[in-house]
Write a protein that binds this ligand. Structure first.
Ligand SMILES: [Zn+2]
Ligand SMILES: [Zn+2]
Ligand SMILES: [Zn+2]
Length: 371
């Protein structure tokens, strides 16, 4: 009798154990499939259509990062998109560099959302836009951090790594914060307005630059996205954030041809509006059809009224003054080509904007390379 009772007890204990084990098994399985199915556990990247500017929202798990916020007038657009995506707190706010088309309404965003960590480069500006941002940061007691290359942090289960700037470059675009995000097997590289100088330093750093999606630097300008850089990033997709018929002709034909020749699929806000990319950790999908390989439209002056022509020539002048030129300490002219034959005998070739060159009295365009 005693033995029979013992065996029964053992059998029933075993049964209880097996049943509960099966139940735990089910629960684990349920957990995994839930995780695969719920949107919150994907990585979602919104390239918000803010015209000739950048604003990118990254969401993973319950955490968010906002990279840039468009031009000064775009505060509401960014706010509306964040609300649509159920964002009330921005865990990481990044102002890539102090140009208006990137930090324009950062003050508005700081005033209207809960903000965690703020990343901005060392570079400052004397503009009202920049001062507004500083004021809003001060009001909330927020201190921006200038991140270092190699710094990492997590957005949900995605890993963010700072890729640039390697130093405080003279040029604001070059000083852009560049961030790579790895989510399981998929990756994104957000290149701000970084140009060739910073690209070369990124290449030198030996960091793994490869990414499935590259937010093309500087709105698809020819001054960024060098072949060497594209070789290393080797993206499947390129995102261009720019406005239709913008003053700069972005994306430039040189850049768009590189995309075409490399069979990189292009998505662009000037054609598609706001673009949302979703990664499930293995694959990346887009909510819009692919963009075209058309270069940015050249503005046809004859079709514009006088006021537009005036505005165009002002912005063209502004662009021209920002143009990179080469000159020497003693020379009177400026050069567009660093390898210009008239510079052959000069040991110390200086570089600066056209405005800087003119301010130094180098106002003659070189007749070999600058006419
Ligand atoms: Zn810029
Ligand atoms: Zn820009
Ligand atoms: Zn020259």
């Amino acid at each position: 009798m005693k033995n029979k009772w013992k065996i029964r007890t053992i059998i029933s204990l075993l049964l209880v154990f097996m049943v509960s084990f099966l139940m735990i098994g089910c629960e684990i399985e349920g957990d995994i499939s839930d995780r695969k199915n719920t949107k919150e556990n994907n990585l979602t990247v919104s390239f918000i259509d803010v015209g000739q500017a950048d604003s990118i929202l990254i969401q993973c798990g319950n955490e968010t990062m906002l990279i840039d916020a468009g031009n000064n007038d775009d505060g509401k657009i960014v706010e509306n998109h964040l609300k649509k995506m159920n964002v009330s707190k921005i865990d990481y706010l990044v102002g890539t560099h102090p140009h208006e088309d990137h930090i324009g309404p950062l003050d508005y965003v700081i005033d209207n959302f809960k903000i965690g960590t703020v990343y901005m480069p060392k570079k400052t500006a004397t503009t009202k836009t920049f001062k507004d941002v500083v004021n809003s940061l001060n009001k909330k007691g927020l201190k921006p951090i200038a991140p270092k290359v190699g710094d990492t942090f997590n957005i949900g289960s995605a890993k963010a790594t700072i890729i640039a700037p390697a130093e405080d470059y003279k040029d604001a675009n070059e000083s852009s914060i560049v961030i790579k995000i790895q989510y399981e097997d998929t990756s994104f590289l957000f290149a701000g307005d970084a140009e060739t100088l910073s690209e070369n330093d990124m290449l030198k750093s030996g960091t793994d630059l490869s990414a499935d999606v590259l937010k093309l630097a500087h709105h698809g300008s020819r001054t960024s996205s060098s072949d060497k850089f594209l070789d290393k990033v080797n993206p499947k997709y390129a995102i261009i954030s720019c406005e239709k018929n913008n003053d700069y002709g972005h994306p430039h034909i040189e850049t768009i041809n590189k995309m075409k020749n490399r069979n990189i699929i292009v998505h662009r806000t000037d054609e598609e509006g706001t673009i949302i990319a979703t990664s499930d950790g293995k694959n990346i999908s887009f909510d819009k059809n692919n963009g075209t390989y058309n270069e940015g439209a050249k503005v046809n002056l004859e079709q514009n009224d006088e006021k537009d022509i005036e505005a165009d020539s002002i912005s063209e002048n502004k662009n021209e003054n920002d143009m990179k030129v080469y000159f020497t300490e003693k020379g009177k002219s400026y050069h567009l080509d660093k390898d210009c034959s008239s510079l052959k005998n000069s040991k110390n070739i200086l570089m600066g904007t056209l405005k800087e060159a003119k301010d130094k009295g180098k106002s003659d365009p070189c007749d070999r390379c600058a006419l």
